[in-house]
Design a protein around this ligand. Structure first.
Ligand code: FAD
Length: 317
């Protein structure tokens, strides 16, 4: 079932989770161990992130270096299929532009369709560690909008191979990312909004937000979207703080602010356990307020912290 169908059929706020594929070397049980306790909350769908390969330099026996492509977290598509099979819950693979030619993307979409996966979260992806800024593959998609166009084309039976006439029409429900605190590369919120609106005009069914720790940022973002004529559901993405290091890592990595009250409370903690307690309480308060406001779904970034998410969600649902 599509994410948008879950939302349309719902009478109350739904719950969903996002997981990362395990590090290479671990098996699928690490995903099941992660998700098993969270299944108690009957998530409507589970997102699986995509991680492109990185180039690293490995020292050889003779002292010279060789460049190798390493994918630390492969398996997104297979994990989605495994989740659907194991839990009978819809899975949403993240699909990115980076690292893919358009032909490879088309083949990946065909794989997803054959597996019965009819949801995708359409993203650009970030620059790799060796790139100063994001670089598309030659013959690849540059922006999420371009990828969205490709998925939408396939939904209309339009393939890259021009000699395919009346090709099978896929039926993907397409989600896109939105940034209540602005995407870090956008010169201003107006420009970022204009691109987001374009994504919706091109067929995005819903928006999932970047994490935020201050609900007023989400509410203003939704108001702004509605004023711009963006009328699709806007799903808030939520993540708990669990240690002091995140006070600097999260703003640097995700370009979001941490409210003074929360950062002061975390600073005062003496142990990670205390931080976790503060972070969980904050997440519960955020979730309760959002649920009361009638948001369509509460989407939790579990990022290796299923226990914290469990403790929070149990207080909300
Ligand atoms: P876009 O919508 O392409 O926007 C990127 C920037 O370009 C923005 O500043 C926008 O304003 C601007 N822009 C958009 N279109 C155009 C255009 N046509 N011309 C000029 N400027 C334009 N990354 C991963 O690698 N794997 C994941 O699994 C993953 N999951 C994510 C899940 C969520 C919910 C979110 C919010 C992010 C996720 N990311 C993931 C990170 C994401 O890839 C980055 O935030 C990336 O920098 C932007 O992706 P986007 O889809 O928003 O890009």
């Amino acid at each position: 079932m599509k994410v948008i169908e879950h939302i349309r059929a719902a009478k109350d706020t739904l719950v969903s989770f996002e997981v990362l594929p395990p590090l290479k070397g671990k098996n699928i049980n690490s995903i099941y161990n992660h998700l098993d306790p969270l299944m108690e909350f009957k998530p409507s769908f589970i997102n699986v992130t995509y991680h492109r390969s990185e180039q690293i330099f490995k020292k050889k026996m003779d002292g010279t270096f060789e460049k190798v492509e390493v994918r630390k977290r492969p398996g997104t598509v297979a994990i989605c299929a495994a989740i659907m099979n194991h839990y009978r819950v819809d899975a949403v693979p993240h699909l990115i532009c980076g690292g893919f030619t358009r032909r490879e993307t088309e083949d990946a979409l065909i794989d997803l369709n054959f597996l019965g996966i009819d949801n995708v979260l359409v993203l650009r992806g970030d620059a790799t560690k060796n790139e100063a800024s994001f670089e598309a593959e030659p013959m690849g998609n540059r922006y999420a909008i371009d990828l969205l166009r490709q998925v939408s084309d396939l939904n209309q039976g339009i393939y890259l191979e021009e000699d395919i006439r009346e090709g099978f029409r896929t039926n993907f429900c397409m989600g896109v990312a939105g940034y209540p605190e602005k995407h870090f590369e956008a010169p201003n919120m107006d420009t970022d909004m204009a691109w987001l609106k374009k994504k919706v005009e091109l067929g995005a069914d819903y928006i999932v937000t970047q994490m935020f720790f201050d609900n007023s940022k989400y509410f203003s973002f939704v108001d702004r979207c509605r004023a711009e004529g963006i009328d699709v559901p806007i799903i808030p993405g939520l993540k708990p703080l669990t240690n002091k290091k995140q006070l600097t890592v999260i703003p640097r990595t995700f370009h979001v602010d941490i409210p003074t009250e929360l950062s002061n409370d975390i600073q005062r903690c003496k142990t990670d356990e205390e931080c976790e307690k503060v972070g969980t309480e904050w997440l519960i308060a955020q979730s309760k307020e959002l649920k009361k406001a009638g948001v369509p779904v509460l989407h939790y970034y579990t990022l290796g912290k299923p226990r914290v998410i469990y403790n929070a969600v149990r207080e909300v649902f």
